[in-house]
Design a protein around this ligand. Structure first.
Ligand SMILES: [Fe+2]
Ligand SMILES: [Fe+2]
Length: 214
C-alpha cells in the first residue's frame, strides 16, 4: 500500500504530443494510486473495450478494407494488454468481476450525436477512438510518473503503465491517420480534432475524479 509521500505529482507535460486541451488534475493520480486494485480492474475492461471497438470497426465498415490490417494489429495488442491486466489482477488477489459502464465514452458519444456536425459515421467512430486512446495515454503517463521509484508490485505497475503509454500514443495516431485516409481530407480531420478536443476537455472537467481510467 502506498503512502501519500511516495506519490509524485503528474508532470505538466502529461498531454504533450496528444490532441488534448486539458490536462487531468494531478489529484487524480493521488486518488488512483491509493486504489490501484480498483483502478486495474477498470483499466482491464478499457483494454477489452478497445479490442472490441477495433473488431466492431472491421465488421461495420466492409466498404473500407483499409481498416482491416491496422484494426487487426490493434485488436491483438489490446487483447494482449487485457491479458496482462488480468494477470496482474489475479496476482494481486483480485478478480475481474462485471464490466463497468463507461461514462466518459458515453458522454463523448452523446456530444457527437447531439452536435451533428461530425465526419460521418466512420469518421466519428475513428475520432471517438482517437480521443479514448489519447486520454488513456495521458493517464498512463501520470500513473507511470506517480509510481516511479516505488518498490514491489505497485512499482512494477508503474513500469507497465509507462510501456502502455507508448502504445496508446501510437494508437491515437493510427485512428487519426485512418480518419484522414477514409475522408481523403486532412484539413477537415485536423479541424474536427480541434473541435472534439474542446468538447472532450469539458467532459473531463465535469466528470468526478475516481480510481478509474476515465
Ligand atoms: Fe491498450
Ligand atoms: Fe490502445
Amino acid at each position: 500500500m502506498l503512502d501519500s509521500n511516495s506519490i509524485r505529482p503528474a508532470p505538466a507535460a502529461s498531454i504533450e504530443g496528444l490532441p488534448l486541451k486539458r490536462a487531468t488534475s494531478p489529484e487524480w493520480a493521488t486518488i488512483a494510486t491509493k486504489e490501484l486494485d480498483t483502478l486495474l480492474i477498470d483499466h482491464a475492461w478499457c483494454e477489452y473495450k478497445a479490442a472490441s471497438a477495433g473488431l466492431g470497426l472491421i465488421g461495420r465498415y466492409p466498404e473500407h478494407p483499409q481498416l482491416v490490417r491496422p484494426m487487426l494489429a490493434l485488436v491483438q495488442e489490446e487483447m494482449l494488454h487485457f491479458r496482462q491486466c488480468v494477470d496482474r489482477i489475479e496476482k494481486r488477489g483480485g478478480r475481474l468481476g462485471a464490466i463497468p459502464s463507461d461514462r466518459y465514452v458515453k458522454a463523448l458519444r452523446g456530444r457527437f450525436v447531439g452536435e451533428g456536425r461530425g465526419l460521418g459515421s466512420l469518421g466519428d467512430m475513428l475520432m471517438i477512438n482517437a480521443f479514448v486512446e489519447a486520454r488513456s495515454c495521458e493517464r498512463f503517463r501520470m500513473l507511470a510518473s506517480a509510481l516511479e521509484g516505488v518498490d514491489g508490485p505497485d512499482g512494477e505497475l508503474g513500469v507497465f503503465y509507462a510501456r502502455l503509454a507508448e502504445a496508446e500514443a501510437r494508437h491515437w495516431e493510427t485512428f487519426r491517420e485512418l480518419a484522414i485516409e477514409a475522408l481523403g481530407d486532412a484539413p477537415r480531420v485536423h479541424a474536427r480534432i480541434e473541435e472534439v478536443a474542446g468538447m472532450e476537455a469539458e467532459i473531463i472537467a465535469e466528470l468526478p475524479l475516481g480510481p478509474r481510467m476515465h
